[in-house]
Write a protein that binds this ligand. Structure first.
Ligand SMILES: [Mg+2]
Length: 226
């Protein structure tokens, strides 16, 4: 079913990267499987020991920048995390219709910004595979603001730095906590991406959302022609 947005009321399209534009299968495979095997091989611990230590550490930092900080995790695991992530780079890919959606947005006057919790090193690793920087007007990492997207201060800084009127913005993400924060920050249209990981079935964790961008294309292309 098409998802209706009144594009006349939108100046800025704000998009998450992992699980929204790109397939979360890459990140899930790395963080839930590969990293534990790599560390176990290096240290002689069992994979389940490594995973248990990781999960207990992770729990303490959920929703904070530390959770997303590759420097911190590299230190925690004692490995070259970016090199390990690069080994899986063949899994980095667009989600369905993401490319077509970005192409359509690029031919409008609306500004398209990626707003991500990914560390700048990880953003670069992904751009080496999928050149998102040439398809959008800017990429903002929450690491530049010192707070994750879950935090109201992220949105205050984002709106101020880029002169964004939240009442004329749309935001899409696959994390319910981030969607809540964007909603509280006053963004007009907040939309959950319900099929972030292409290796898993779609799921719904927020009050409104879409599986894929194809449902936005009819209203967008009709508005572009009008
Ligand atoms: Mg995401």
């Amino acid at each position: 079913m098409p998802y209706e947005i009144n594009w006349n009321q939108i100046d800025d399209v704000l998009l998450d990267m992992d699980g929204t534009l790109l397939d979360l299968h890459y990140d899930a495979t790395f963080w839930l499987e590969n990293v534990h095997r790599i560390v176990a091989e290096l240290t002689g611990q069992s994979e389940s020991e490594v995973r248990a230590a990781f999960l207990s550490e992770l729990k303490q930092h959920e929703g904070t920048l530390a959770w997303y900080c590759t420097d911190r995790w590299a230190q925690f695991f004692g490995i070259d995390l970016l090199a390990a992530k690069r080994e899986l780079a063949h899994l980095i890919r667009f989600r369905p219709h993401a490319r077509a959606f970005l192409d359509a947005l690029a031919s409008t006057d609306m500004r398209t910004l990626i707003a991500t919790n990914a560390h700048p090193d990880v953003i670069q690793l992904k751009l080496d595979v999928v050149p998102l920087e040439s398809m959008v007007d800017g990429i903002v990492s929450s690491h530049n603001y010192g707070v994750a997207k879950e935090h109201p201060e992220f949105w205050r800084q984002l709106f101020a730095e880029h002169d964004i009127n939240p009442k004329r913005a749309v935001f899409m993400d696959d994390s319910p906590r981030v969607l809540d924060a964007a909603d509280r920050a006053g963004i007009r249209e907040v939309i959950e991406i319900r099929h972030p990981n292409l290796a898993e079935p779609p799921r719904s964790t927020w009050k409104q959302g879409i599986d894929d961008f194809d449902v936005l294309l009819p209203s967008l292309t009709a508005w572009m022609r009008s």
